[in-house]
Design a protein around this ligand. Structure first.
Ligand SMILES: [Zn+2]
Length: 278
């Protein structure tokens, strides 16, 4: 599924939630809405329609401590903090980003599952988010591993002044390559530039990973589900490659199907150091 329609659908859902929220508010605070409609920038009790996780997520409404959460609603332009539930009472978090329809905040270290709410600069609290936001331990995050299982070095990065869509990781030909995260194989093919390559879709995310220049065709099959660390092939230099290396790509959305290539380096560096990425 292409990423653009996916984003449109998410936007449509958010909009529908806001319309439903505005409709539900009309009898109670018609004047505030009328004032907002009349172009008055301030005022209005903040109202939340939803809270979803955007990084370090187990699922859309399953976050972990340190996760970034996006809260949508109305009258959020004066929100000063987000309040999460904690074992010993409410936990305040600073607002990372603020617009009239959304704010973002990080889940505090000791937060527990619950319905977060926001508080304006004037001290006015919103409703609790209508849907529960679960806070799970960091161990619930997907396992991630570095894709090259052996000595390696970083060669050309993303862009590299030539529209390079991935990061080149130099390693001896024959070094095992593994799934960086659990997911499903989408393609195993040959291309004159990419050589033997494999594309996989990571579970519980909209990320796709590409592995290029494999020494032989990938040892996995399209549709096959892979666990993190599962062998997919070996480093090679097939296609347009000078020297044995893995050309690794990370796409947000579908690989060459509406998604876009993003810089894999932050992911690779984190996995290389045994850290996780959202
Ligand atoms: Zn490359």
């Amino acid at each position: 599924m292409p990423a653009a329609p996916r984003r449109h659908r998410a936007a449509a859902i958010a909009l529908a939630a806001l319309i439903a929220l505005a409709a539900s508010l009309a009898p109670a605070s018609g004047s505030a809405l009328a004032a907002a409609g009349g172009g008055v920038a301030t005022g209005g009790t903040p109202r939340l329609a939803d809270a979803t996780c955007t990084s370090r997520c187990v699922a859309a409404r399953k976050a972990t401590p340190g996760a970034t959460v996006r809260l949508i609603g109305i009258h959020l332009d004066s929100v000063a903090r987000v309040v999460f539930q904690g074992g010993a009472g409410p936990l305040r978090a600073a607002v990372l980003r603020r617009e009239s329809g959304e704010v973002r905040a990080k889940v505090p270290p000791r937060a527990t599952s619950g319905r977060p709410y926001v508080v304006s600069e004037e001290g006015v609290s919103s409703n609790p988010s209508p849907k529960k936001l679960e806070v799970l331990p960091t161990s619930a995050l997907p396992v991630q591993v570095f894709p090259v299982r052996g000595a390696h070095q970083y060669w050309d990065g993303f862009g590299a002044g030539r529209g390079h869509e991935g990061v080149d990781v130099g390693a001896r030909c024959g070094t095992p390559l593994v799934a960086a995260q659990a997911g499903r194989v989408r393609y195993t093919k040959y291309h004159s530039a990419a050589g033997n390559y494999m594309i996989m879709n990571a579970d519980r995310s909209d990320l796709e990973f590409g592995y290029m220049h494999l020494i032989r065709p990938a040892s996995v099959k399209p549709g096959q589900h892979l666990s993190a660390g599962q062998l997919i092939g070996y480093v090679g230099e097939t296609g347009n490659a000078q020297g044995c290396h893995l050309h690794f790509e990370v796409w947000k959305g579908v690989w060459y199907g509406g998604g876009s290539a993003i810089d894999p380096m932050p992911y690779l560096k984190a996995w290389d150091a045994g850290r996780r990425t959202g």
